[in-house]
Write a protein that binds this ligand. Structure first.
Ligand code: SF4
Length: 434
C-alpha cells in the first residue's frame, strides 16, 4: 500500500535560503507562565499547583480556568501581601501553614508545585528553599517542587517548560533503550499515539509528564526523546543533561507534520519502512480527506501571527503547506533554532519571521498587510476585531486537542470557523488601525 505522502518526499524543502529573523525587544502582549497550570493540572491527576502570588495571580488562574463546581480544583493561590524583608520569616511560616492545611485536607495530592510569580514580595521569598524544607517535612507521602510562572521570566507556554524542567531530576535512572514523548498532550491524543506506536511495534514508550506522579518515566543514556510541543527548550536541556538524546523533527500538526514526526520516531527505533507505510497510510488517507473541505475555506487567505504560544512556526507550516494559506508575518516569543530546525526548513523564505515583540511596530506592519486572519493573544484580539479584523486566540490552540492525524481537521477548523462566521455575517472589513 502506498502512503498518501510518499516517505521519500518527506525531506522536501520549503526554501533554500535561510529566512532572516527580525529580532524585536519592546513592549510585549502575552500571558505569564501561570496560565500553564490550566492544562497541567488536568494532565497530572494527583498534582496540585499552589501559586505563591498576589490577588492578580489568583484572578488570572481563576478566570482562565473557570469555576469548577463538581470537582475540588487542583490549583490555588497563597496570597502574599505587601511585606518588607523583615517580614519574610512570617511569610515562610505562613506558607508552611497553608501547605500543612492543604495537605491534611487533601490526602489525594502526591505532588505539590509551589509556583512563583512576579510581585516583589514573592520574588524576595526563596521558593526553592521553601520547597526543599517542606519536601523533607512531608516525604515520602508528597513530593514538593517549585518553579516560576512569573510574567517577568516566562510567557504562557513556558510555564509548562518550567514545570517539566523541575520534574526532570525526579525521573528514575535506567540504562534500557527507550523512547520518551515529551510535552503535555490531551489523554485522547496520547492514547491515539500509543496505539500507533503499538501498531508500529515500538515498545518501551513513555509519555512525560505522566498522568500520575507515581509513574514518572525512567531516563538514561539509552533514552531517545522527541518533543510533542515546540516550547520545551529548558526541559530539553535538562533531559540532555541526564544523557537522553533529542530526536529533532517537525511537530505532529497536520498530516505532513504528523507523518514526519512519526517517521523520525520510526527511523530512530528501527521500524521497517514497508511496515511504517502500511500502518500510516490509512491514517494519512483519512486525515487528508478530512482536510479537503477546509482547504476551500482557507486557501489563499493571508494570515499574520503575533508572538504568543510558541506554536506559531509549526502551525504556519501546516496552514501554508497543507491548506494553501499565505503567510505574511510569523511572530514567535522565542525561537529555539535547534528544536525548530526542521520546521524552519519548510517555511517559505519570503515571509517576515519575527522573534520577540515590539507591539506598536508590529501593529504598524499588520496595518500595512491587512491580512484575512490574525492569530494573537486575548489582549489584542478585541481591539483588532473592533477594527474589522478576524482573529484567532492563540490560547485556544493550546487548550484544544490539535496533534496527530485525527485532529488535523479539527485544527484547520479552528482557523476556518472565524472566517466562515465573518462571511456569514457579511461583515464589512474596514481599513485597520486608522
Ligand atoms: S504576570 Fe505576574 S502578577 Fe500577573 S498574574 Fe502573572 S505572575 Fe501574577
Amino acid at each position: 500500500m502506498n502512503a498518501v505522502i510518499p516517505i521519500q518526499n518527506l525531506q522536501a524543502k520549503g526554501c533554500d535560503k535561510p529566512i532572516e529573523i527580525l529580532k524585536e525587544r519592546g513592549q510585549r502582549e502575552v500571558f505569564c507562565g501561570l496560565t500553564g497550570i490550566i492544562w497541567m493540572h488536568r494532565k497530572i491527576q494527583d498534582a496540585f499547583f499552589l501559586v505563591v502570588g498576589s490577588r492578580t495571580c489568583a484572578h488570572l488562574i481563576q478566570s482562565a480556568a473557570g469555576v469548577m463546581i463538581f470537582a475540588e480544583p487542583r490549583f490555588a493561590t497563597a496570597i502574599i501581601d505587601d511585606r518588607d524583608l523583615a517580614g519574610l520569616a512570617d511569610a515562610n511560616a505562613e506558607l508552611d501553614k497553608v501547605v500543612q492545611k492543604l495537605l491534611s485536607r487533601r490526602p489525594d495530592i502526591k505532588l505539590l508545585f509551589l509556583v512563583g510569580s512576579c510581585p516583589s514580595e514573592v520574588i524576595k521569598l526563596d521558593l526553592h528553599r521553601a520547597a526543599g524544607r517542606l519536601d523533607k517535612q512531608f516525604a515520602p507521602n508528597v513530593r514538593i517542587l517549585n518553579y516560576s510562572g512569573s510574567g517577568i521570566e516566562t510567557t504562557f507556554t513556558q510555564g509548562e517548560d518550567a514545570c517539566l524542567q523541575a520534574l526532570v531530576p525526579e525521573l528514575p535512572q535506567t540504562d534500557q533503550n527507550s523512547l520518551m514523548i515529551v510535552g503535555c498532550l490531551p489523554d485522547i491524543v496520547e492514547d491515539q499515539f500509543a496505539r500507533v506506536f503499538k501498531d508500529l511495534g515500538i515498545n518501551n514508550v513513555s509519555f512525560f509528564p505522566p498522568r500520575n506522579s507515581k509513574t514518572l518515566p525512567a531516563i538514561g543514556p539509552n533514552t531517545q526523546f522527541i518533543l510533542a510541543q515546540p516550547f520545551l527548550g529548558d526541559t530539553t536541556r535538562s533531559l540532555e543533561s541526564r544523557g537522553a538524546k533529542l530526536l529533532v523533527s517537525q511537530f505532529p500538526f497536520g498530516v505532513e507534520g504528523t507523518t514526519m514526526w512519526l517517521s523520525t520516531i520510526a527511523n530512530a527505533m528501527g521500524v521497517n519502512q514497508d511496515h511504517f507505510e502500511k500502518v500510516i497510510a490509512p491514517l494519512q488517507a483519512r486525515a487528508e480527506k478530512s482536510l479537503i473541505p477546509l482547504r476551500e475555506n482557507l486557501q489563499n487567505k493571508k494570515i499574520f501571527f503575533f508572538p504568543d504560544s510558541q506554536l506559531e512556526i509549526p502551525l504556519a507550516r501546516f496552514l501554508q503547506r497543507e491548506l494553501g494559506m499565505q503567510l505574511t508575518e510569523v511572530g514567535t516569543p522565542y525561537l529555539h533554532q535547534q528544536i525548530l530546525q526542521k520546521e524552519l526548513e519548510l517555511l517559505p523564505s519570503d515571509i517576515t519571521l519575527s522573534e520577540g515583540q515590539d507591539v506598536e511596530k508590529q501593529l504598524d506592519r499588520l496595518k500595512e498587510i491587512n491580512p484575512d486572519m490574525v492569530v494573537c493573544g486575548l489582549g489584542l484580539a478585541n481591539p483588532l476585531e473592533a477594527k474589522g479584523l478576524t482573529t484567532k486566540w492563540a490560547i485556544e490552540l493550546v487548550f484544544s486537542p490539535i496533534h496527530g492525524f485525527d485532529q488535523a481537521a479539527d485544527l484547520a477548523e479552528l482557523f476556518a470557523r472565524p472566517l466562515r462566521r465573518k462571511e456569514k455575517l457579511k461583515f464589512h472589513q474596514e481599513v485597520i488601525c486608522n
